[in-house]
Write a protein that binds this ligand. Structure first.
Ligand code: SAH
Length: 445
């Protein structure tokens, strides 16, 4: 997954984008919320402004950090909004964009700094001056390049970033050394996790086995080809497939042991779990920047992180690896490097990693995107925008604003308002202050 998405050679995000290739938008592979409506980024901006007010309106030391900024649309809308609050805009010392793709870094610079802006080299990577708020914007390939400083108030946003981080999939099976007959394993991609408590047997021992991406054997390729020809189909079989490792692997020995959520499923044979260690590393990094840690003693926890993505709030994701191309779901094993890959985000794992990494943070949510956006005032903002454009640009523009908002808060089974969720990491305050958008209010201190 990592090689296909961000590998140096032909990665989906990092490979050269040809004329006929753009990840985003109607002509690309997928459309994201900030690209659907400017209101999305405006409300994320308002959320950070509310946090800045609630955390005492500091006059300096504020950082804005975005990981995985795509075309830069979200940060552009955030900065346009923050610029309307000069006291907060003045408090910003640096804006940081963590982006693996050189092409996307360039696209973001053009949008945020203007078409003629130039990059200059800096310690973290490269930088240029922003057009909304005349502050330096720094581009880094990884979050590690952005120094963690005790006296800063970091506001961090990650939208559709965590779902692009590589996952490992494991299935519980009879231990290899166990003498009893081996457990039949069904096709991994389709095998559901059995409900806890079924078919457990205390006298046999189980172990986790990893699902591995393996080249499809020539015999299987030939038989799949023959089958699809017989069915009158022209598509070629996938060159890769998921197979269950016959022995424990380096990852299967320690990742599924890292949380009691996984450990309790081990003795239910056939259980499938997906684990994203990178997601936990990022969540822990956010938490340490906000709450401090043994390595970074903050005078007091400050800042906030907002993570918006699709995934599960309580259950562990299973069988969620998917490929997306031209707005359709495709096999994740088709056209490596040309197909977007993504997996459901395990919000509970993120919350666990954040609170384990720093005693100075607490986590709110996840709440459904519709709940968050409505509390943040999406309907009121849409009405204002519609009023503003109806006389100047006509009813077609007004209708499209209305439709875009409806799409973002659609609560249908696969609607964006339901499938996408929002989680916040905040300075620890014993749960006394809920943030706006999560059922709380602005509490100026
Ligand atoms: N947030 C944007 C883009 C989402 S697509 C939006 O909502 O429109 C995922 C983004 O994360 C892309 O910009 C991609 O290049 C970037 N990305 C993916 N993996 C990354 C990694 N490991 N490090 C840094 N950036 C990464």
């Amino acid at each position: 997954m990592r090689m296909c998405l961000t590998g140096d050679l032909g990665g989906y995000y990092t490979g050269a984008i040809g004329q006929d290739r753009d990840q985003f938008g109607v002509k690309g592979d997928f459309v994201t919320s900030p690209e659907i409506s400017q209101i999305f980024g405006e409300l994320v901006g308002v959320w950070f402004i509310a946090e800045w007010i609630s955390q005492g309106r500091p006059k300096k030391g504020v950082q804005l950090i975005e990981v995985g900024p795509g075309r830069g649309t979200l940060m552009d809308d955030v900065l346009r909004t923050v610029a309307r609050f000069p006291a907060m805009a003045d408090s910003i010392e640096g804006i940081f964009m963590v982006e693996a793709s050189p092409e996307l870094r360039d696209t973001q610079k053009q949008l945020l700094c203007g078409p003629d802006a130039q990059f200059t080299k800096c310690d973290a990577g490269s930088q240029s001056n922003g057009k909304h708020i005349r502050k330096p914007i720094v581009w880094a390939e990884s979050l590690k390049s952005i120094p963690v400083e005790a006296n800063k108030m970091p506001f961090i946003v990650a939208h559709e970033f965590f779902d692009a981080l590589p996952i490992h999939t494991f299935q519980s099976a009879l231990a290899s050394a166990a003498p009893s007959k081996p457990l039949a394993t069904t096709a991994p991609a389709a095998s559901p996790a059995r409900p806890a408590g079924t078919e457990t047997n205390a006298s046999v021992s189980y172990e986790w086995r990893e699902m591995m991406v393996s080249p499809t054997s020539p015999t299987l390729m030939a038989s799949a080809q023959a089958k699809s020809r017989a069915a009158g189909k022209s598509e070629a079989p996938e060159e890769f497939q998921l197979i269950l490792s016959s022995k424990p692997t380096r990852h299967s020995r320690y990742l599924p042991e890292s949380s009691s959520r996984y450990r309790q499923l081990k003795h239910t044979p056939g259980s499938v779990i997906e684990i994203c260690p990178d997601a936990c590393l990022y969540a822990a990094d956010f938490a340490r920047r906000i709450g401090g840690s043994a390595g970074v003693q903050k005078p007091q926890p400050s800042g906030a992180a907002l993570i918006l993505d699709y995934g599960t709030s309580e259950t562990i994701p299973i069988n969620s690896l998917r490929g997306i191309r031209h707005h359709k779901l495709v096999s994740p094993f088709s056209a490596p490097g040309l197909v977007d890959l993504s997996a459901d985000v395990d919000f509970t794992a993120i919350a666990e990693a954040a609170t384990l990494a720093s005693d100075g943070v607490e986590v709110h949510g996840p709440v459904p995107q519709a709940y968050f956006l409505e509390l943040m005032g999406i309907k009121e903002r849409a009405e204002m925008l519609i009023k503003a454009v109806i006389t100047t640009q006509g009813s077609t523009t007004a209708k499209s604003i209305e439709n875009s908002c409806k799409r973002l808060i659609d609560r249908g089974p696969s609607g964006m308002g339901k499938v996408y969720k929002v989680l916040a990491i905040l300075p620890e305050n014993d749960g006394r202050r809920k943030p706006v958008g999560f059922g709380g209010d602005v509490r100026p201190t």
